[in-house]
Design a protein around this ligand. Structure first.
Ligand code: GDP
Ligand code: MG
Length: 182
């Protein structure tokens, strides 16, 4: 890791963004990480990541969130992308039904490559585009429930629920890891 990320923190963990192209993953990440936005990248493997410190109780948790940098188009996301990730934000676009149908495919990939106890938040993004909606909020919620995932509709554009979606994942990861290492 680069030297510039040496701020004090109690824990550091990795989480990944997944979902079809153009659903809003990169915009969600820049919204969430914007306070202390430092995008870094590993162009060789086609990923970018950003950091955000979150305080939970008296602990400072640094979330390192990986983004696919457009590689999802080429299906080049492989085991190295998922390796060690404790959380995933799985994004679809509420105005494009195919991106919702592909959630199954992403879940399959997560099961194949991800940690078995990875914390997943299903996110229906672009909730501001109500007139173009192709997936109801209820469908999203039902799908999440059937897979045991958290669920939230967001708008990266209007900054709605973005913080909440990431924080829900981070809080749950903290809960799991602090139990493990007590
Ligand atoms: P990615 O390929 O999943 O990383 O998607 P991007 O973050 O690059 O976003 C794809 C496109 O959707 C861009 O034109 C964004 O401006 C747009 N977009 C992203 N989030 C939202 C949103 O919440 N609402 C609307 N209306 N547009 C969005
Ligand atoms: Mg992107």
């Amino acid at each position: 890791m680069a030297d510039s990320y040496d701020e004090e923190c109690d824990y550091l963990f990795k989480a990944v963004l997944i979902g079809d192209s153009a659903v809003g993953k990169s915009n969600l990440l820049s919204r969430f990480a914007t306070d202390e936005f430092r995008l870094d990248s590993k162009p060789t493997i086609g990923v970018e990541f950003a950091y955000r410190n979150v305080k939970i109780g008296d602990k400072v948790i640094k979330a390192q969130i990986w983004d696919t940098a457009g590689q999802e188009r080429f299906r080049a996301i492989t085991s190295s992308y998922y390796r060690g990730a404790l959380g995933a934000v799985l994004v679809y676009d509420i105005t494009r039904r195919t991106t919702f149908e592909n959630v199954k495919k992403w879940m399959h990939e997560l099961r194949e490559f991800g940690n078995s106890d990875i914390v997943v938040v299903l996110v229906g993004n672009k909730s501001d585009l109500t007139q173009f909606r192709q997936v109801s909020e209820e469908e999203g919620r039902n799908l999440a429930e059937s897979h045991g995932l958290f669920f939230m509709e967001t708008s990266a554009l209007q900054n709605l629920n973005v913080e909440e979606a990431f924080l829900r994942m981070i809080t749950k990861i903290h809960e799991i890891t602090s139990k493990k290492y007590l």
